[in-house]
Design a protein around this ligand. Structure first.
Ligand code: DGJ
Length: 719
């Protein structure tokens, strides 16, 4: 249906008010005027009948010493309207011409209750804008712009952003930062007047990427408060910001970060932004997670088979590839119930350490004289699938590929970018380089029974130029194309997105991959935080979580088996440990955990992820509640020593308030270490039965656990 563009703003015919609604979320777009439409409301549901009244009620006053009409941020806030915040579109032609676009509305197409396309143009500036707004059933809003140059000469685009309004009461921010082995560290701060801008210039998503930029009402928490958030589904450079100025409402925004001259639109050419994924909730951060997870799980390509238990060889053997050793590892892995064996870095030509080999994706005949066949046969003979590590976007100077094609490295000027882990980035914009990698990976997959690729990316892009021009944008698209092409040729192969751990976690890469490696640290204490915040965006089944040996390779901390497994259980479970050195008791503990994971994964990988607002920062309570609320698994996690003698109650949120549930402890990998004389009474017997309401509002007394211990609770509905 195409709506008429309607009379001038303020006339209030109502015909140009577009209301998208789904699952407790409304988006009200005011397309009544002749100019670029404005999102008047993005948040709690609005009654359908009252839209004009809502629009009237939201229309602000005009201050002294201000423009004569109220200025709201349009879908792409424009300087031409008098908007004084960061514009949504910046760019110009030679000599700065057409630097200030002034779009007129040319059409609005509404499809059902949840999607609209807004068409605008500035004929004088020679620009056409198309904006798609799609509200998914779980309430997640997706927003994307396309800009077409209808002028006669080139238009140099600097930025095109998805911008959404924030009410003034959203005065607190939460975003994430981090580094290698310490990804997803939350930071909270007030949203004062000015801008909070998060730029990522890594040429990949980045260890410090804020998976979501969240604004909310003061004190918003896991289960309470109104919250709004944006995530950019893009694996190159990006920017997201929150802005509040004295002259108007705030905004949350996200855009691809473009280098000068990176996107120059020739006459007739177009640019499309990545999708921005925007979630809002009146039930705190868990409400945001619910919206993101519902959308991610609804994608047609979302993994539907049970997530297999993985054995990854990296921390088990590193570069020490040897058929006998790895064959024995596969045997033990099969004994503990592993279902997928992944051979990590070190198998290809010249790759004895991290100084050489990247770019030469053929099996090293020295280390693997009989090829990978014997190992693959042994793995598959045990009924396990086989996975292989690759890092297709990279090249070592010490490689056959570099010796033949030194020009296939992304660079600027006549210099090589500074090395990072001894490697450079292959210029996939170059068709020759692209074809080389595609050909080698395709041959690898055709010639071997490979079910899974762990696709790594171990450096930031620095001075990433193609023929002297900035190329992160085109490189990112080339990587997407490469993944799409390989998946098209080998549809059965699953792919993991890894980038020195968790430096490429975004919904762009996840359109063509099946899980992320959340971090290179398997330290369970670090993992508690990393998984919690990665799972703000992604459901647990997409987040790789491995059990390592008792002494963490990355932090040197020593942790009990029960803490390690009870942490990894809440992701896509794997093991990364030289099991030939594991104690028999550890192996039998692992086998029990693997069995438990197989029993619980149906619930853990389809249920609703919940986090209690726990009173003590030394502990955390999280869980997964079955979609029908018939059962749940919770973890009470003692992170550090508490100030209090006893931890008090843990509340278990998200259950059906009227149903009654039996709560019983589970002890995978052994009982957690405690320092109490007597356990809480309910833990001394065979559990306790309580209503969901009592569990959510009152909770249960928790035992006094040692730091770095988890009490796991199985919650089952009673008839
Ligand atoms: C970085 C990854 O995150 C690790 O898991 C491992 O695959 C190494 N690269 C291998 O070089």
């Amino acid at each position: 249906m195409t709506l008429p563009t309607g009379p001038a703003a303020g006339a209030g015919s109502g015909s140009g008010l577009v209301h998208l609604s789904a699952s407790s979320v409304s988006v009200l777009v005011d397309a009544r005027g002749a100019g670029l439409p404005t999102v008047l409301h993005w948040g709690a549901p609005l009654p359908h009948g009252d839209l004009e009244a809502v629009a009237l009620a939201l229309s602000p006053p005009v201050a002294h010493s201000a423009l004569d009409r109220p200025v709201l941020p349009g879908l792409v806030p424009e300087r031409a309207t008098g908007y004084r915040g960061r514009p949504g579109l910046t760019g110009s032609r030679a000599g700065g011409q057409d630097f200030s676009a002034c779009m007129g509305l040319t059409g609005v197409q509404v499809e059902g209750a949840a999607s609209a396309v807004v068409l605008c143009a500035d004929e004088e500036a020679g620009l056409e804008l198309r904006t798609e707004l799609l509200l998914a059933p779980g309430g997640l809003l997706r927003l994307r712009h396309s800009l077409r140059n209808t002028g006669d000469d080139a238009y140099r685009l600097s930025e095109l952003a998805a911008v959404l309004p924030l009410p003034q009461r959203a005065s607190e921010l939460l975003d994430l930062t981090g580094r290698h082995c310490h990804e997803r560290t939350p930071q909270r701060h007030p949203l004062v007047r000015g801008s909070w801008v998060r730029e990522a210039r890594h040429g990949r998503t980045g260890h410090d990427a804020t998976l979501a930029l969240v604004a909310g009402t003061p004190g918003f928490a896991n289960r309470t408060g109104e919250v709004w958030s944006v995530h950019l589904g893009w694996s190159g450079d990006s920017v997201s910001w929150a802005e509040r100025l004295p002259g108007g409402p705030g905004v949350l925004a996200a855009a691809e970060l473009l280098a000068p001259g990176e996107v120059e639109l020739a006459a007739g050419a177009s640019y499309s932004t990545p999708w921005t994924y925007a979630a809002t909730s009146s039930q705190g951060l868990d409400g945001l997670g619910r919206a993101y997870h519902a959308f991610v799980r609804s994608r047609p390509g979302h993994p539907s088979s049970p997530r297999p238990v993985v054995l990854n060889t990296w921390e088990a053997v590193y570069f020490d590839h040897d058929l006998t050793r790895l064959g024995e590892l596969a045997d033990v892995a099969a004994e503990v119930g592993v279902e997928r064996f992944v051979l990590d870095d070190g198998w290809f030509l010249g790759r004895r350490d991290d100084t050489a080999g990247l770019g030469d994706w053929t099996v090293d005949p020295v280390v693997w004289p009989q090829g990978l066949g014997p190992l693959i046969d042994r793995v598959r003979g045990h009924g396990m699938s086989f996975g292989l590590w690759v890092e297709p976007e990279m090249i070592n100077v010490e490689s056959e590929l570099y010796r033949t094609h030194p020009e296939w490295v992304l660079h600027a000027g006549q210099r090589l970018p500074p090395p990072w882990r001894n490697q450079q980035v292959l210029d996939l914009v170059h068709e020759g380089a692209y074809g080389h990698v595609l050909g080698q990976l395709d041959a690898l997959l055709r010639e071997h029974a490979i079910d899974y690729l762990k696709w790594d990316h171990n450096r930031d892009l620095v001075e990433a130029g193609h023929h002297g021009a900035p190329a992160v944008h085109r490189q990112t698209l080339a990587v997407y194309r490469l993944l799409d092409e390989l998946r098209g040729r080998h549809p059965g192969v699953e792919i993991e997105s890894c980038a020195s751990g968790g430096a490429r976690v975004d919904l762009g890469i996840l359109e063509r991959t099946d899980r992320v490696w959340a971090s290179d640290t398997n330290d369970a204490l670090e993992r508690q935080g990393i998984q919690r915040w990665t799972q703000l965006l992604l459901p647990p089944e997409l987040v790789g979580a491995h059990v390592g040996p008792s002494r963490s390779h990355t932090t040197g901390r020593t942790q009990s088996l029960s803490f390690r497994v009870s942490t990894a259980l809440f992701g896509h479970l794997g093991i990364e440990w030289d099991l030939s050195r594991a104690h028999p008791a550890e192996l039998s503990g692992l086998a029990e955990v693997v069995t438990l994971y197989k029993q619980l994964r149906g619930l853990l990988h389809t249920g609703v992820v919940v986090h209690a607002d726990h009173h003590d920062p030394a502990a955390a309570v999280h869980g997964v509640v079955a979609a029908d609320a018939s059962e749940a698994v919770f973890a009470f996690v003692q992170l550090t020593c508490s100030v209090d003698e006893a931890p008090g109650q843990a509340r278990l949120p998200g259950l059906d308030p009227v149903r009654r549930y039996l709560i019983q402890p589970l002890f995978p990998g052994g009982p957690p270490g405690t320092s109490q004389r007597y356990a809480p009474a309910w833990l001394q017997g065979s559990g306790v039965v309580l209503t969901g309401s009592a569990l959510g509002l009152v909770g249960l007394a928790m035992p006094i656990l040692h730091p770095e211990q988890v009490l796991l609770l199985l919650v089952t509905e009673q008839d």
